[in-house]
Ligand binder design. Structure first.
Ligand SMILES: C[S@@+](CC[C@H](N)C(=O)[O-])C[C@H]1O[C@@H](n2cnc3c(N)ncnc32)[C@H](O)[C@@H]1O
Length: 261
């Protein structure tokens, strides 16, 4: 039986990415560029690539002789990813695949770098996800998993509670804890000293309560809260609550870096 299933939509993903790009104290693209360095000619796999938001950053790092391979379960987002790929100098392969179906259609030791930004924690089986992901990485290759820290986005939970009375939602609590509580220990067990985790302390300051409210409606927390409510959560009531906040949202991001020995 399948457990968690999150269906991302183009519109929601765009609203969130736009806020992160426009209002955060630093962009993840800049951080990623630094992490990647200049691995010219390397092969990079992105698992759960969405609309290809990070492709230009990868392309800049890999150059014309590199290769980007990317998959996602959502075909609408992949169409956008393919359009984004057409503008790159780096050759890019994009294909639909569910990362809970194993093995991935990739050969053993096919890539130098594996990146899963804000996607790995949607898996229903961390152990199989890790086993298959490590299989496709070359010896000496690098892995990077990014996602929410346990105490991420507390202000969003406070806003949600002000409006709906719902303090926590088990599905979002579980995904927020998964990188630190499941991926990290399992990777450490598989790769021992070659794994490290750090927290990136990002925050967003929304320019208006309307922007904060639109962001709230683009989250999984809203989706899961709405499923528990007898009547719809109204834009106006969230806006009223947002007006009472500082408009700050902490985006505490866990980065798990690993080297395959
Ligand atoms: C928050 S988005 C992140 C997208 C992109 N990595 C980024 O950072 O902009 C999460 C992505 O994971 C994908 N995803 C969720 N479950 C998946 C699965 N079982 N197999 C493949 N992709 C999945 C979603 O479709 C979505 O595009």
């Amino acid at each position: 039986m399948r457990g968690l299933r999150y269906t991302e939509t183009e519109e929601r993903l765009k609203i969130r990415i736009r806020a992160h790009t426009a209002y955060a104290n630093f962009t993840l693209d800049d951080w990623l560029s630094g992490w990647l360095g200049k691995p010219n000619g390397c092969r990079l796999l992105e698992i759960g690539c969405g609309d290809g938001n990070f492709f230009p950053t990868y392309a800049q790092a890999l150059g014309k002789s590199g290769l980007i391979i990317a998959f996602d379960i959502n075909r609408n987002l992949l169409q956008e990813a393919r359009t984004s790929a057409e503008r790159l100098d780096t050759p890019t392969i994009v294909f639909p695949w569910d990362f809970d179906v194993h093995p991935y259609p990739l050969l053993d030791k096919e890539v130098d770098i594996l990146i899963a930004p804000f996607s790995a924690y949607y898996t229903n089986d961390v152990s199989r996800w890790l086993e298959d992901s490590l299989r496709v990485v070359k010896k000496g290759g690098r892995l990077l998993l990014l996602g929410p820290a346990r105490d991420n986005a507390q202000e969003l939970y406070e806003l949600n509670e002000m409006v709906t009375g719902i303090k926590s939602v088990p599905e979002t609590d579980e995904t927020s804890a998964k990188l630190e509580e499941a991926f990290l220990p399992q990777l450490q067990e598989r790769l021992s000293g070659a794994v490290q985790a750090t927290i990136l302390d990002r925050h967003i300051i929304f320019p208006s309560p309307e922007e904060f409210t639109r962001y709230y409606f683009a989250t999984w927390l809203y989706e899961k809260t709405q499923e528990r409510m007898a009547s719809p959560v109204e834009f106006e009531s969230v806006l009223k609550a947002a007006q009472k906040t500082s408009l700050k949202l902490s985006k505490r991001t866990v980065c798990i870096e690993a080297y395959k020995r």
